[in-house]
Design a protein around this ligand. Structure first.
Ligand SMILES: C[S@@+](CC[C@H](N)C(=O)[O-])C[C@H]1O[C@@H](n2cnc3c(N)ncnc32)[C@H](O)[C@@H]1O
Length: 317
């Protein structure tokens, strides 16, 4: 799973005013969930000297019981260094959410060349073919398009980030046979689907055991929307969730990586842009690309492996 990769360092281009990009529901989820590690102290301190609309947007989306304390924190005197440090922590913890909401085209550019191990969908072919499938946290459709290619009957592509879904709809508009995809805004914790409405629930590189990123509530939602006998499948699960997933009945499938796999960026410019932003100017990778004048680089040089695993369970009610 990408966002938990401890070796990945990014160059954070965001400023605290960018928090205005989130809608109320998302901000409430981010501010109240342990998964994002935002302390109320850091939230308040990061807002020193910022504009009233930003403070108001945060204040009205905090859990009720924290609001009075938040207001009192805003009155504490702080040094510039303390404010800067609090901002950095908030923006770093929200880096990926800010990318999804504020720079979705960069996320698409990053993942475009990051192919899943071919074994994954070869194996899932019979689960997907002629089935009604949910791609939860669909992003710009990496898994949605695999499901289309593998002849799913209908795919619900669900994601909370409007910009990512907009890109997905643009991509669908220029592809063929895409009336089998229905795009909906929504999150793991409240899937916008009826009970027992899909045969297979899938999610790739997004679900985690932590509240706000799925957790118990999200898993219960997968169970609710998936028909009896159907499957819940998490592609590229978070390695830190292994025990939690096994405890909840998931089984693992991993495909061997026989040879070096490559991330294939769209162009040399795109590769260098992605390296600069998402890999903190990874010099070795940039050198590799420039020396060969090809926009591709081994996964290993970027500090992670090609996504080559998934876990699954069968829904019994
Ligand atoms: C790393 S991206 C993966 C996107 C896509 N599945 C892929 O493989 O490229 C994580 C996705 O999770 C979505 N997301 C974040 N929090 C979520 C939540 N609570 N419920 C559903 N989706 C969420 C983000 O908007 C983003 O699209």
């Amino acid at each position: 799973m990408r966002f938990e990769n401890p070796f990945q360092i990014f160059k954070n281009p965001f400023v605290i005013e960018d928090l205005l990009v989130f809608d109320n529901a998302t901000l409430q989820r981010l501010l109240s969930s342990e998964g994002f590690h935002l302390t109320i102290e850091d939230v308040a301190h990061s807002l020193y000297g910022t504009s009233k609309p930003v403070i108001a947007h945060i204040a009205c989306n905090l859990p009720l019981e924290q609001r009075a304390y938040f207001q009192s924190l805003l009155q504490h005197p702080l040094t510039e260094t303390e404010v800067k440090a609090a901002r950095q922590r908030i923006l770093d913890n929200l880096f990926w959410e800010l990318i999804y909401w504020k720079a979705p085209e960069l996320y698409d550019e990053l993942t475009d060349g990051e192919q899943l191990h071919p074994g994954i969908f070869q194996q899932l072919e019979s689960d997907v073919r002629d089935k009604v499938v949910l791609d939860a946290a669909a992003g710009t459709g990496r898994v949605t398009f695999e499901c289309l290619r593998h002849r799913a009957e209908l795919i619900y592509a669900v994601d909370p980030a409007p910009g990512l879904l907009h890109l997905l709809s643009q991509k669908l508009a220029s592809a063929s046979d895409t009336n089998r995809v229905i795009i909906r805004r929504g999150c793991f914790e409240q899937l916008p689907l009826e009970n027992d409405s899909v045969d297979i629930s899938l999610s790739c590189s997004a679900f985690s055991s932590k509240a706000g990123r799925g957790g118990e509530r999200g898993l219960a939602e997968f169970w609710r929307v998936t028909k009896v006998g159907g499957k819940i499948i998490l592609i590229w699960p978070n390695p830190y969730d292994y025990d939690w997933l096994v405890k909840h009945g998931f089984r693992y499938v991993t495909f061997p990586l026989h040879q070096e796999a490559y991330v294939r960026f769209r162009s040399l410019e795109s590769a260098l842009r992605c390296l600069q932003l998402f890999y903190a100017d990874n010099r070795a990778a940039a050198h590799y690309i420039l020396e060969r004048q090809q926009p591709e680089v081994p996964f290993s040089l970027l500090g992670f492996e090609q996504p080559h695993d998934y876990c699954w369970l069968t829904v019994k009610k």
